[in-house]
Write a protein that binds this ligand. Structure first.
Ligand code: SF4
Ligand code: SF4
Length: 174
């Protein structure tokens, strides 16, 4: 059996306070809680008060290719921009990339030892737009990549393993 962790998003309850972005970026800053910067957050809130649009989107997988098609959603008469609901870190936009290194950002469910009772964005969402659920499913636990491995994987995809290896060797020499 594997444990599946789910953050449920109720967009009708989101008021755009962006506390989730603040705490996520603080948790992942180095050293931990040393700074906040929404651009480093693994959750971003689509924000358009004039259209009453507040949609939290949580960062998913990195993809090396941008997709060929685009979707435009209209929900309850509100038109959302292209790519609005996409969770991917991809070449065609800045979302879910570290602003300094350009490396992809992916939600890690606030992995911590000892584990947190709930992910921090859920804890800080006082309007209950984010709620947390765990369930068991048939299947093996997937091997999780750490932050460094996700970054290295994207560099290898972009530049090739040899260039990355050579660069690391140069860095190691100082
Ligand atoms: S903390 Fe909750 S209400 Fe505030 S922006 Fe994030 S999801 Fe929306
Ligand atoms: S679960 Fe943790 S890592 Fe994922 S978006 Fe929420 S605060 Fe960020």
């Amino acid at each position: 059996m594997k444990k599946v962790k789910v953050i449920k998003i109720d967009v009708d309850k989101c008021n755009g306070c962006r506390a989730c972005e603040a705490v996520c970026s603080a948790f992942h800053s180095v050293p931990k809680y040393s700074s906040t910067n929404p651009e480093r957050s693994r959750i971003r809130v689509l924000f358009d008060p004039l259209k009453d649009i507040y949609v939290p989107v949580i960062a998913g997988e990195y993809t090396e290719a941008e997709c060929n098609g685009r979707d435009i959603y209209t929900i309850d008469g509100k038109v959302y921009d292209e790519c609005s609901f996409c969770r991917a870190s991809c070449p065609s936009r800045k979302l879910f990339k570290d602003p300094d290194s350009d490396l992809p950002l992916k939600c890690d469910m606030c992995e911590e030892e000892p584990p947190l009772p709930e992910p921090l964005c859920v804890q800080w969402c006082l309007s209950d737009a984010l709620t947390y659920e765990e369930r068991e499913e048939e299947g093996e636990e997937e091997e999780k990549l750490g932050e460094m491995e996700i970054g290295l994987e994207s560099l290898v995809k972009k530049h090739g393993a040899k260039k990355v290896k050579d660069a690391l060797a140069r860095l190691a020499k100082g």
